[in-house]
Design a protein around this ligand. Sequence first.
Ligand code: ATP
Length: 212
Amino acid sequence: MDIDQTKIPQATAKRLPLYYRFLEGLQASGKHRVSSSELSEAVKVDSATIRRDFSYFGALGKKGYGYNVNYLLSFFRKTLDQDELTKVTLVGVGNLGTAFLNYNFSKSNNTRIEMAFDVDDSKVGKEIGDVPIYHLNDFKEMITESNVEVVILTVPSHVAQSIADDLVEAGIKGILNFTPARLSVPDDVRVHHIDLSVELQSLIYFLKHYPL
Ligand code: ATP
């Protein structure tokens, strides 16, 4: 089935990786079908939303059968470009950056950090988790050569904006920003911001004020 991906709402698109990861686990354990309530329980999205999400790509589900896991996975692979390896680079090999290099999305077969950059001479030239670390001065040249468009940014917040400017100038199209800084970028560049301390504080606030 050919699906016009521009018609999938952004909120739905954001949930796809969540569904994908769970379904992959199901497939690995030999399961061929799943009900929306089972999915709902696992990914913590209500089943009406799941049904609506899935209806955008023609997976309607059958009463008493549920959804076909293989069909869903093949759709997600196409939509999320899971068949295509997306090369990612990381800037800022501090504590958080180092953790990412060691982790390196080993459970995903489509994203991999290929190289990392820092300005600290004691880190440049080394490897962490098989990922080579280069000097930030070489960034533009290196990423042009290797066609990288996505950067994970784990630098101190006071240098984040100026580094982001350089990344954009070098042709980067997506930044996963782990610094507390709010970045200004041109309209054709996408920034997703993950501030771990804000996320944690928000969880604690909700636990306190909106107990389940
Ligand atoms: P983290 O914030 O990940 O816990 P940390 O506390 O170990 O890290 P930070 O001071 O936040 O260290 O710096 C993170 C990394 O960013 C360090 O490796 C540092 O060398 C690097 N860094 C600092 N300034 C720049 C810069 N201008 N360009 C690239 N990397 C930089």
